[in-house]
Structures are given as structure tokens and as C-alpha cells.
Design a binder for this molecule. Structure first.
Ligand code: PMV
Length: 337
């Protein structure tokens, strides 16, 4: 996959286009929250590395109050990035990533102080760049008084991290891949349906930073995995399944499609070279446990992202039973309370 056309747009071009005619004079501060999101049909593979344009569409559920809160203030001249109360060394990977993103918006010579707080357990391996970038974009919108539409916020968030474009909405969210070379048709849209009894359980296997980040993992998979060719067709089959399951509140249909989609994504990575294997032995043990519990009649499925941790999918009526099977299970209700 490549960017395709000769007239490839840069991040800066897109920002310029979206902010055309809007002020670049910051106010005193901007503060915003965005939820983390977990994909039921995954985004894996870019058709454009610069703009984070995906090969396929994807569909996620946002995690309600679990996410990131970001406050941004003009300060300077150098950026200061604070994460959960701790100032990060300017050369740390997260601070560099935030500063590079702010470069797209900063008036000449201006620095910022960014205070990010995660309500999702970062240390437990659920650090979410998705909620972080979505909250940062909303905070910037407030700081500069742009009043952008949510679709524009979604496009700007995508430039920070692909999956961040879904974190501008609560509930079920679909990221439409789009076709345009400049990605102006690649953004998230919310689904109207809710599912108050849906639950997600976070099973923490490891909080260690992963050796291969999602950007590198995707690139290697797209470039070297013979199984990647099958991925777009898998997503094309799973998306209507998940949409229909949500519409009909058919939990088994939802769980089956989500689990099978996550495993197919991991299969593409495992077949890359060098292989991208995020699983730990304990991850596999949890997968087997889920299959056993299902065989015993419990309605539980899992999904997994670019890491060793699992997210269990189940319904409210089984929350107690599952809490007893997985000690320390952190249960999230994406649709409240
Ligand atoms: O947005 P990124 O670059 O962090 O990639 C996210 C990739 C997955 O989490 C594995 C899948 C997804 O759709 O969120």
C-alpha cells in the first residue's frame, strides 16, 4: 500500500485547510475530556502513513468516563508536558510526540504547557493515545476559540493517532475509511444505537511498554505479511455483522464477530516478518479460559489490541459471575451509569 498520488497532502496542508480563516491567537487555557475507545472491528494498516489514512473502516465503542483529560495553556518558549501529575523529560517519546503534534498549530515561537490526566489505568497497559489526542484537539479548539465541527475535530485527531478520530464521540462509533487522497472523507461518525447492558472487562496481563508500537507493527504487517491480503475482506464481512448485532442487540453475534476480528488481526501480524507477537503465555491462557467459560454457558467473548492485555465482552447479568472468575477484573459500562 502506498500514499498513491503525486499530489500527496501533508498534515500541515490539512490543518491549514481546516483552520482557514480561523484565529491563531490563543486564549488563557483550554480544557477537555475524551473517552478511550476499544475497536470491535479493528483498524490495522494504513494506506497513507503521513495522514494516518486506514486501509479499511473500523468500528469501536467508547469507554464512557474512562479516558483522558487535557488542559493546555500558552507557556514558553519550550513545551512542558505533564502526564498524571509528572513532568515528562522533553526527549521522552510521549513528550516528543505531543510537541510534534503541537508544531502543526503553534504560532511562531510559542510554547505550551500540556497537562494530561488519564482516568484509564495507564500503568496497567491501557495507556490510550486515542483519548489523549482527541482530548488535546478539543482542548486546542477551546484555547483558540475555533468552534470546529466534530467531523473536523475527528480529522485533526486522526493526524495525531488514527484511532483518536473515533474518540471524539461517545458510544458506538464508526471510522469511515474514505477514498480521497487528502483524507477529507476519512473521519468518525457516531451510531445512533446504545446498549446500556453491555460491559467490558479489562484483564491486565502486563503494563510494560510494548517493544513494537502500533505504527511500526502495522507497517511491518502491511509490507511483509502474506495474510494481510485477506484482511480487508475480513473487515468487510465483520462490519455489517457488528452493525446488525448492535441494531438487534444480539450479544452472541456481536461477541463472535469482535473476537474473530481481533484474532484475524493478530494472525496477520504473526505472519509478518519479523513476526509481531503481542501475546504472552498468560494472554493465551485467558483466551482459553474464555472459550471454556463459553462452553459452560457463560456469554463472554474477548477482544485484544496491539498488546498482551484482553478486553472481555459480556452483559450486565453476567458481571458478578465473571468477576468471580477473573480476579481484579476492571469492569466498564460504556453506556453508563
Ligand atoms: O491509532 P493507533 O495507531 O494507536 O492504532 C490502533 C490499533 C488498534 O488499537 C490495534 C486497533 C484499533 O482499531 O484501535
Amino acid at each position: 500500500m502506498d500514499g498513491g498520488s503525486e499530489n500527496m497532502a501533508t498534515k500541515r496542508d490539512i490543518v491549514g485547510r481546516i483552520l482557514a480563516g480561523r484565529g491563531m491567537k490563543p486564549g488563557a487555557a483550554g480544557c477537555a475530556f475524551a473517552p478511550a475507545n476499544i475497536a470491535l472491528v479493528k483498524y490495522w494498516g494504513k494506506r497513507d502513513e503521513e495522514l494516518n489514512l486506514p486501509v479499511t473502516s473500523s468500528l469501536s465503542v467508547s469507554l464512557g468516563r474512562l479516558g483522558s483529560e487535557v488542559e493546555i495553556q500558552p507557556a514558553g518558549p519550550a513545551d512542558v508536558v505533564v502526564l498524571n501529575g509528572q513532568e515528562l523529560p522533553p526527549d521522552s517519546s510521549f513528550a516528543r510526540r505531543v510537541s510534534a503534534y503541537l508544531d502543526l498549530f503553534r504560532p511562531a515561537g510559542a510554547g505550551f504547557r500540556v497537562d494530561a490526566r488519564n482516568t484509564i489505568p495507564t500503568a496497567a497497559g491501557f495507556a490510550s493515545s486515542a483519548s489523549g489526542f482527541a482530548a488535546l484537539v478539543r482542548a486546542l479548539d477551546q484555547l483558540f476559540g475555533w468552534r470546529l465541527e466534530t467531523r473536523e475535530l475527528s480529522i485533526l485527531a486522526r493526524l495525531g493517532s488514527g484511532s483518536a478520530c473515533r474518540s471524539v464521540y461517545e458510544g458506538f462509533v464508526e471510522w469511515r475509511a474514505g477514498e480521497a487522497a487528502d483524507g477529507m472523507d476519512s473521519y468518525a461518525v457516531p451510531l445512533a444505537e446504545t446498549w446500556p447492558d453491555l460491559r467490558m472487562g479489562l484483564v491486565v496481563i502486563s503494563g510494560e511498554e510494548k517493544a513494537v508500537g502500533s505504527r511500526a507493527g502495522m507497517k511491518r504487517t502491511v509490507e511483509t505479511s502474506p495474510l494481510y491480503r485477506a484482511w480487508p475482506a475480513k473487515v468487510a464481512a465483520d462490519l455489517p455483522e457488528v452493525r446488525a448485532a448492535i441494531r438487534e442487540r444480539d450479544f452472541h453475534r456481536l461477541g463472535r464477530a469482535a473476537e474473530s476480528n481481533a484474532l484475524a488481526m493478530h494472525a496477520t501480524m504473526i505472519a509478518a516478518w519479523p513476526p509481531v507477537i503481542y501475546w504472552k503465555p498468560e494472554s493465551l491462557a485467558v483466551m482459553k479460559r474464555v472459550a471454556e467459560l463459553r462452553a459452560q454457558g457463560l456469554a463472554v467473548y474477548f477482544t485484544m489490541d496491539a498488546g498482551p492485555n484482553l478486553k472481555l465482552l459480556f452483559e450486565r447479568k453476567d458481571e458478578f459471575a465473571l468477576g468471580a472468575k477473573f480476579s481484579g477484573l476492571q469492569v466498564v459500562a460504556p453506556f453508563g451509569p
